[in-house]
Structures are given as C-alpha cells and as structure tokens.
Design a binder for this molecule. Structure first.
Ligand code: SF4
Length: 287
C-alpha cells in the first residue's frame, strides 16, 4: 500500500495574540517578578504547565493573590473586575489580545449609544463573560438566536461575536436574530468582531479537510477556537481532536492517503511537531 502523506494546514497553531501574551508574561518572569494569572493565561494545558515550571501560577480569584504581580489573560476581563483590580492597587500586567480589546470597545460603544446587545458566543467562556460586562445592562450572550426575545421589545439592537466563532455560523445567527427581532426593532447594527487569525486557521483547515482522508486537530479540549476547527472539519472528513501525540489511535490511519493536521491558536509548535512526527512514523509502519 502506498505510504500515507501527512500535511499541515497552511495556517495553524499560535496566533499573534497568544504569542504576544506569552512573550509579555515570560519577560515579566525573567525580570524576577512573581506572577499569578487570573485563570489560565491561554487555554492549553501544555503552555500553562510550562509557565508553571517558571513559577507562574494560575488562580481563580483575586483573593488567592499572595503578593504576586497579577497577569490578565489574553481573553480580557469585564470592566467591573478591572475597576476592582485598579482599586486594589495591585501590580498588573495586561495581556488582553488587541482583537479582544477591539470587541470590548465595540460592545461598549453600542451600549453607550443605547443599543441592547446580543453577543454570539458561549456564555461561560471568559472572553464572552468579559464582553458581556462591556456591553452594559441590556445584553445577552448566546448561540441560540431565539434567546434574543429575552431582551424584550427593544428598538435598537447591536450584534457582535465572540472573536473565535466561525464566519458562517455568525452570518447565520445574524440572519435568524434579524428575523426574530422584527417587527419591533427599528435599527440593527452588526459589528464584525471575528478574529482574522481564527478565520485564516478555519479556512486553511477546511481547504485541507476537503482534500484529505483524515483530519487531526491538535489543541486544548477547553479551547474555543480549537473546538471550532474540529467543528469546521467534521462535516467534511473523519476528524479527531487531541491534545498530545499519545492520544493518536493507529487504527485511524487505516486506508488513509492524505492525513491533514491543524492546531488551535494556543497550541505550541512542539505539540504540533510531535503529532506530525508520530503520524509520519505510523504511516511508514503501515506502508
Ligand atoms: S485567537 Fe484571535 S482573538 Fe484570540 S488571542 Fe489569538 S489573535 Fe487574539
């Protein structure tokens, strides 16, 4: 049997926001500052463990701080928490991704202009909880367009998205919300807050999935953008989401000619290379 080929998507792995966050935090740690992050700095266990090895620990609330410098994660925080942090006179480094910051500002602009705000996103995700805070009192976060009725009969409705959602799903959501909101609403304003880095990775994954016989998505199981990559590929080809090379089941490769690999925006290069090498080695054994 001819040997299966292993090909990486043309865009995959660390995005600029994650690289930037890790660079900022590592530099602070190298300057001999003790750092604690509010939640994991990015949604990838390997990255968090590596930073843990440098003495950077993740905590779940401000009360757990023991004199460390506080690092705000790339997902950002709501303004209420930001005020609390400022009032506490803590040493802070803020790694909020500039793309997330733009989405926060868009949410605030809509709220200030009197719009009720719908955020297309997973309500429990830290980025979405932050956006909800910036969107003011009359705001909801949901993936279900029907839930927009919870806002009541508003006249001005703003719609934006969690940065890591897919363009197709956001467009479909906007269409459904618009239908549901009529006839009460007078003005609907849609702001494209999708992250271009995420879109590039989704498009590249989809292109490879269309040519391949198997897709392996590498990344944190708790990472929203990694899950989205798997969702994009799954309707097209057999797809498996894994965190490390150890999770590869050799049976997946049976009868496959082209094996595609993609990875979430918080997946380190080493984890991707380890998966690629393991797949290549299994492909050699099967040929
Ligand atoms: S995926 Fe996009 S929004 Fe999220 S950290 Fe990376 S660049 Fe920023």
């Amino acid at each position: 049997m001819p040997k299966a080929e292993v090909e990486k998507a043309r865009a995959l792995g660390f995005c600029f926001g994650v690289r930037r966050a890790i660079r900022i935090i590592e530099k602070a740690a190298a300057d001999h500052r003790k750092i604690a992050t509010l939640g994991p700095i990015v949604h990838n266990r390997l990255v968090v463990d590596r930073l843990g090895g440098m003495g950077i620990r993740a905590m779940s609330n401000l009360g757990q701080l023991k004199g460390e410098t506080l690092a705000i994660a790339s997902h950002g925080v709501p303004p209420q928490l930001l005020s609390q942090i400022e009032a506490s006179n803590l040493n802070v480094i803020d790694t909020t991704c500039p793309t997330v910051r733009s989405a926060q500002k868009a949410a605030r602009r809509l709220a200030d202009a009197g719009f009720a705000v719908v955020i297309f996103g997973e309500a429990p995700h830290p980025e979405v909880r932050g956006l909800l805070g910036w969107a003011g009192q009359k705001a909801i976060a949901t993936l279900d367009a029907q839930k927009v009725t919870a806002l009541g009969q508003v006249r001005k409705l703003g719609i934006l998205s969690q940065t890591t959602q897919s363009r197709a799903n956001f467009a479909e959501f906007v269409g459904k919300v618009t239908e549901t909101a009529f006839p009460h609403v007078h003005e609907i304003r849609v702001i494209n807050t999708l992250c271009q880095e995420t879109q590039k990775r989704q498009e590249a994954a989809l292109e490879l999935a269309g040519r391949g016989d198997l897709m392996i998505v590498v990344g944190g199981l708790n990472s929203a953008n990694t899950q989205r990559l798997a969702e994009v590929c799954l309707p097209v080809v057999e797809t498996h989401l894994i965190e490390t090379a150890d999770e590869i089941n050799p049976d997946w490769l049976n009868g496959k000619r082209l094996i595609g690999v993609t990875a979430g925006a918080s997946t380190p290069d080493e984890a991707i290379e380890e998966v690629v090498e393991r797949l290549k080695s299994l492909a050699r054994e099967l040929s």
